[in-house]
Design a protein around this ligand. Structure first.
Ligand code: KIV
Length: 279
């Protein structure tokens, strides 16, 4: 049975910490499914970690729909939240509604996420009034990286911290079921978390949020040249992958792989028969 927004709300009420991770494809979605992660974000961070852009700005609706559908196919249990990409919701509430509907109907997500506070609250209300579950995102909002002047901690002054609280309250009032708090001082995130009845999900916002979200590739050390300070490190898989590829290449060059066609008789992808058997 799939996790619902109701389950996520109950977790805050029961003071149960909420785990969320990003997923973009069959591999990451399958891992989230196997390990019982309750909530998955098809983040527009796929712009950087999957598509090789230097920010989330170039990510399109087509990218988001296609990756969301891959995740939905491979993760039948977690609640799937899909990001509305840059400029897919700002121009009008109608545009936001059309694009959110695509993520749900074509992508198979159960909820959408969008960035911003007071200024997007009317859009969030329009979506939630139409029956769409919405997650908010305040503090550092990556789609505005050019306006914010880089990847910087937000809410450092009293006024900026008060604005973050006001933004989060406006999103809650508009019907958001949860809110991501990104890159802000621990105390600011703690205050927002205490003031809200909906769960907060932190990333670079300290330990006093109701839950945490991390980017799959950061968590697992898949991109050795890109390691944000706030990323938890639970693996160094780039090293494992590189070592395996080097061994493979050495074996092919040294004529050690493949040995015989029979060594592929079990466990191959697809029908379970080896490609040599099919040939
Ligand atoms: O796109 C993403 O991965 C996100 C997280 C950083 C919260 O929005």
């Amino acid at each position: 049975m799939r996790v619902t927004t109701h389950h996520i709300s109950q977790m805050k009420r029961r003071s149960e910490r909420i785990v969320m991770v990003t997923a973009y494809d069959a591999l990451s979605a399958g891992a989230a499914e196997r390990t019982g992660i309750p909530m998955v974000l098809v983040g527009d961070s796929l712009g950087q970690v999957v598509l090789g852009y230097d920010s989330t700005v170039p990510v399109s609706m087509e990218d988001m729909v296609s990756h969301t559908a891959a995740v939905a196919r491979c993760a039948p249990s977690p609640l799937i939240v899909a990001d509305l990409p840059f400029l897919s919701y700002q121009a009008s509430e109608e545009l936001a509604l059309t694009n959110a509907a695509r993520l749900l109907q074509e992508g198979g997500a159960q909820a959408v996420k969008l960035e911003g506070g007071v200024s997007v609250a009317p859009t969030v209300k329009r979506l939630t009034d139409s029956g769409i579950a919405v997650m908010g995102h305040v503090g550092f909002t990556p789609q505005s990286v050019n306006q914010l002047g880089g990847y910087r901690v937000q809410g450092r002054t009293e006024n900026a911290a008060a604005q973050i609280l006001e933004d989060a309250l406006a999103l809650q009032e508009a019907g958001a079921f949860a809110i991501v708090l990104e890159l802000m001082p621990t105390e600011v995130a703690a205050t927002v978390t205490e003031r809200l009845t909906v769960p907060t999900i932190g990333i670079g916002a300290g330990p006093r949020c109701d839950g945490q979200v991390q980017v799959f590739h950061d968590l697992l050390g898949l991109l050795p040249d890109f390691r944000p300070k706030h990323a938890g490190r639970y693996g160094d898989l780039a090293e494992v992958i590189d070592a395996a590829l080097v061994s493979y290449a050495d074996d092919v060059r040294g004529n050690k792989f493949p040995t015989t066609a029979e060594s592929f008789s079990a466990g191959t992808r697809g029908s379970g028969s080896s490609s040599s058997e099919k040939d």
